[in-house]
Ligand binder design. Structure first.
Ligand code: FAD
Ligand code: NAG
Length: 427
C-alpha cells in the first residue's frame, strides 16, 4: 500500500500543487520523482502563473487561516523576493458581509490586527492615493497581506526541484492523454505521441484539466475566470504605487498595485465564472464537461466573453476612475478547479491503487505555495490528522450528488454561465 523511498513517483502537472509536492517528497527521502507538464513551468496557461496572486490570511475557515499564516512565514523569508506586502482591503455593498465577518472573527480570535472601515472611503486615511469610488460601502483592511509574483515564484520552485534532483519533462513527452491501468491499478500514463511512462505511484496535480483524465465530475468542475491587464506609464505607476490589493466582495472584482519595473496593473474577478462544454473521452467513457483546452494554450487568444470584459471594465472604472477607458494590454480566462465548498482534493483514489490526487485549488490555492507540499505529503504518507483527511477526501461518485461547485462563500458577481458554442470557439 505505502510507497517505498526508492519507488518511482510520477507527478502530472507542474503548478503549485505538483511542484510543491515534488519538492517536499524529495525532502522526505523519495529518490525517484519525475514531474511532467504540457508546458514548461511557469506554464503558459496554468492557474498558478502570470504576474500576481493575492497573498492573504483573511479566511472565514480557521484551518485555511492557520495554513495561510504558516505560508506567510515562507513568503516573508524564503520567497521574500517574490512577495510584496501592499496590504489588503476588502469592501462590500452589503453591511456585515458574511464572509468578511467570519474572516474578521477568525483573525481577531488569533490576535491579529485589522482596521475596520465602516465607511469604506476611510481607506484614503491609510492610503491617500486610492481613488476608488467606495462611497456607501463598508469594509476592512489587513496590513498583513499583499501579493506575489506568481510566475516568478513557480519558476523559483521549479528550479529548486531540479537542483534537488527531481526531473521535470515538458512538452509532448510530458503531455498525458490517459492513465495507464492494469486492472484497477494505475501503473503509469500514456503520452500524446504514443509513448508510455510507467511509475509505481501516479500523482495527479492537473488542476482544471483533471476531469479529462479521471471521472471526478461529482467532486470538481472547471470554470474560467476573467483577468485583464493594463499598461501604465512610469508616472501613473508612481501615482498608484502605494495602494493595497483591493477586492469588491459584491462584484468579486479585485485589483493589484502596479508591478514594479513593468508598471502593469491587473484586475480579475473572483466569481462563479464561465463553463465550456467539451466532449472528452475520460478513462474510457464519453463525457461532456467544462474544461480548458488541452491541445493548445488557453492564454494565446486574449479573448474574453463580452459580459466578462464589461464587468472588469466596470471594476476598473470603480477602482481607478482615471484609467476607466484605457484599452487592455492583454486579457484571458484563468481556470479554477472548483469544489463544492472550496476545499482541496488531496487523497489516495478510493478504488484505483497507485493513484493519488492533489488538486481542487478552488480559486485560493496559490498563497500556500511555501507550505502546501507538507500538507500534501502528510496526506500521501497517511500522516495527516483525521480532520484534514476528511476535509480533502475524494469521495466516490455515489457519495456526492453532483451539485453546485460554489466554493466557500467568498465569491461575488453573477452565477456561472455556460459559454455559447460561438464564444467557446473563440477561446
Ligand atoms: C484568475 C485566478 C486568480 C486567482 N487568484 C488567486 C489568489 O489571488 N490567491 C490564491 O491563493 N489563489 C488564487 N488563485 C487560485 C490558484 O492560482 C490555484 O488554486 C492554483 O494555482 C492551482 O494550482 P494547480 O497546481 O492545481 O493548477 P495549475 O497551476 O493549473 O497546474 C496544473 C498543471 O497541470 C498541467 N496539466 C494538466 N493536464 C495535463 C496533462 N494531461 N498532461 C500534462 N500536463 C497537464 C497543466 O499544463 C498545468 O500546468 C487564482 C486562480 C485564478 C485562475
Ligand atoms: C462593487 O460592486 C458592486 C456590485 O457590482 C457595484 O455596485 C459597486 O459600484 C462596486 N464598487 C466598487 C468600488 O468597485
Amino acid at each position: 500500500m505505502s510507497t517505498a523511498k526508492n519507488d518511482s513517483i510520477l507527478i502530472v502537472g507542474a503548478g503549485v500543487f505538483g511542484l510543491s509536492t515534488a519538492l517536499e517528497l524529495n525532502k522526505r527521502g523519495y529518490t525517484d520523482i519525475t514531474v511532467v507538464d504540457r508546458f514548461v513551468p511557469p506554464s503558459a496557461d496554468g492557474s498558478s502563473v502570470d504576474i500576481s496572486r493575492i497573498i492573504r490570511a483573511d479566511y472565514a475557515d480557521p484551518i485555511y487561516y492557520k495554513m495561510a499564516r504558516e505560508a506567510y512565514k515562507g513568503w516573508t523569508t524564503e520567497y521574500k523576493d517574490q512577495y510584496f506586502e501592499s496590504g489588503f482591503a476588502l469592501f462590500s455593498e452589503t453591511p456585515k458581509n458574511k464572509y468578511m465577518e467570519g474572516s474578521k472573527s477568525v483573525i481577531r480570535a488569533a490576535g491579529g490586527h485589522l482596521d475596520e472601515l465602516p465607511d469604506a472611503s476611510d481607506i484614503r486615511k491609510l492610503y491617500p492615493s486610492v481613488q476608488a469610488n467606495v462611497a456607501g460601502m463598508s469594509g476592512y483592511h489587513n496590513p498583513k497581506g499583499g501579493w506575489a509574483d506568481a510566475a516568478g515564484s513557480i519558476q523559483k520552485l521549479a528550479s529548486k526541484c531540479t537542483v534537488a534532483g527531481i526531473s521535470i519533462i515538458a512538452g509532448p513527452r510530458g503531455t498525458v492523454t490517459s492513465l495507464r491501468k492494469a486492472g484497477s491499478r494505475v501503473v503509469g500514463v500514456n503520452l500524446v505521441r504514443g509513448q508510455v511512462l510507467l511509475a509505481s505511484q501516479v500523482i495527479l496535480s492537473t488542476g482544471a484539466w483533471t476531469n479529462r483524465l479521471l471521472n471526478i465530475g461529482h467532486a470538481a468542475s472547471s470554470s474560467g475566470q476573467p483577468v485583464g491587464f493594463i499598461q501604465l506609464t512610469e508616472e501613473e505607476a508612481l501615482e498608484y504605487k502605494k495602494i493595497p490589493v483591493m477586492i469588491n466582495m459584491s462584484s468579486g472584482v479585485f485589483s493589484f498595485p502596479p508591478t514594479p519595473d513593468t508598471n502593469v496593473l491587473k484586475l480579475a474577478r473572483h466569481g462563479y465564472g464561465y463553463a465550456t462544454e467539451m466532449n472528452v473521452d475520460v478513462d474510457g467513457e464519453k463525457k461532456s464537461l467544462s474544461s480548458p483546452k488541452f491541445e493548445s494554450s488557453n492564454a494565446a487568444t486574449g479573448y474574453l466573453p463580452d459580459d466578462a470584459d464589461e464587468s472588469l471594465r466596470q471594476g476598473l472604472r470603480q477602482f481607478f476612475p482615471k484609467l476607466g477607458d484605457r484599452p487592455w494590454l492583454n486579457r484571458r480566462l484563468c481556470w479554477y478547479t472548483d469544489t463544492p465548498k472550496g476545499d482541496f482534493i488531496i487523497d489516495h483514489h478510493p478504488t484505483m491503487q497507485g493513484l493519488f490526487l492533489a488538486t481542487g485549488g478552488a480559486g485560493h490555492g496559490f498563497k500556500f505555495l511555501p507550505i502546501l507540499g507538507q500538507y500534501i505529503a502528510d496526506c500521501f504518507e497517511g500522516k495527516a490528522p483525521e480532520n484534514l483527511r476528511q476535509k480533502w477526501k475524494l469521495n466516490l461518485p455515489k457519495d456526492d450528488a453532483k451539485g453546485p461547485m460554489a466554493g466557500d462563500g467568498s465569491r461575488g458577481g453573477p452565477p456561472l454561465r455556460r459559454l455559447s458554442p460561438l464564444e467557446q470557439a473563440k477561446l
